[in-house]
Design a protein around this ligand. Sequence first.
Ligand code: NAP
Length: 525
Amino acid sequence: MNLTGEMLIGREAVKGSRDPIQAINPATNERLDPSYPGGTQAEVERACELAWNAFDTYRETSLEARAKFLETVADEIEAIGDDLIERAVAESGLPQARIQGERGRTCGQLRMFARVVRAGEWLDVRVDPALPDRQPMPRVDLRQRHVGLGPVVVFGASNFPLAFSVAGGDTASALAAGCPVIVKAHAAHPGTSELVGRAIQSAVKKCDLPEGVFSLIFGSGREVGTALVTDSRVKAAGFTGSRSGGLALWKAAQSRPEPIPFYAEMSSINPVFPLPAALKARGEEMAKAFVGSLNMGAGQFCTNPGLVIALKGPELDAFVSVAGEAVKGSAAQTMLTPGIAEAYQHGVDALAGTGKAKEVARGEKGDGSNQCQTALFVTSASDFLNEQSLQDEVFGATSLVVECADQAELEKVAEHVEGQLTITLQMDDADLEAARKLLPTLERKAGRILVNGWPTGVEVCDAMVHGGPFPATSDSRTTSVGTAAIYRFLRPVSYQNLPDGLLPEAIKESNPLHLKRLVDGKRES
Ligand code: NAP
């Protein structure tokens, strides 16, 4: 594996000159070479200039050329082979099988966006032909298509070193939309970022695209990240991480002379509602499955079930007791970084320190470095309603059970929870009425509503919504997973009375791209 510790600015590899970052293997606390000196304003400037210069050419590439580019990126990532898996395992502490699966997902979503680009539906072509004889006023010729917003900055996420980092969902959807991408690498996995960055750089070259289509910068979020988000040539950004980091960058993006969309996925505790009939019929099985979901990836999923809301009574007591036993038997797992392990411990201590959450059980302590001890707490609905900090995300395998005195209190708690990525109902047929009553509240609160499943595990497909009201994300109108993610980086443009020779291919009268258009109010088949 040939890692150089350099940033990738267009076609060049550039050594930074600011404080170096160095990956740490969280399982051993060993420092991993090389170190990655951070970028400066000069690299930000150069990457933004190249991206801006590439934009008009890249956004007008043919559908086939852009799709082929996305497929080439996937091929190049696969061609790295085991080096990528080894490095990502070492930098994240995640098991090899998980990283292999994540590589499959990353390449799969690049190819999925290639399919989306080729189909061209995202162009959303609408044609309202001129009606010169219309009375009392003639109608002009109007045609609409979507175009990319401009260069996009992507912040790599710590918890998905491949699928939500350099060539992850945000990058794939922005490139699909015709937007050049500048990635601010996450400090937790610089080597993985360099390997994937070089794969994209190579695909740009192989596909003969302008070099500014992709750049990769290392360095501090406060310095380099803020400089990127506030550069006037950057027109949107995608982020996954903490609420404080997301909000700081969102504010920077909104305080620019020209504010831009900043799509931040931040914090979600993913409530689960075990409804009474289901709790009675299969509480034990449910409790075990719940702890299985809680422990997945050491709880470091944005969809981790951090809250359980149910009616107080013997059925819930039994659920808590079985879940408590499962928690006690949960092995300690290595967390992604020393900082995240420390933040987790701090979060669990803060939850316990409220005095409002009673500890039910803790998992095995573990003797390795940076390990997460699973934890389960219980609280009353009245305490939950009165203590806002009980809703704070504890990033890791900790969950809180809220006991409600009756259905009315349960509905009050449902109304009180903040915006979420997911809300889950565990229900049987006899719970249908209770579920129906809850549904309008859940729709207002979450981007995805599940029945009899667990929120961890996010399918990458057309119908997925991985988003939700604040603080789950900064913009509830979108998703960061699935094909609809492309719309975050597009905007509609209407063309009035342009001669056919001046019109872009997508909206020419002869429809040379064979797109399914909306013509005069009717969808073409
Ligand atoms: P983070 O601290 O928010 O960092 C994410 C990115 O934002 C990094 O590139 C970071 O730059 C940058 N950044 C952070 N604060 C900033 C600020 N004030 N101004 C400008 N840029 C800033 O997230 P993390 O490192 O992934 O993990 C820390 C915590 O985030 C976790 O403990 C957890 O609470 C949360 N988290 C949540 C999710 C989720 O999906 N809900 C996922 C991952 C993490 P630097 O390189 O300088 O750090």
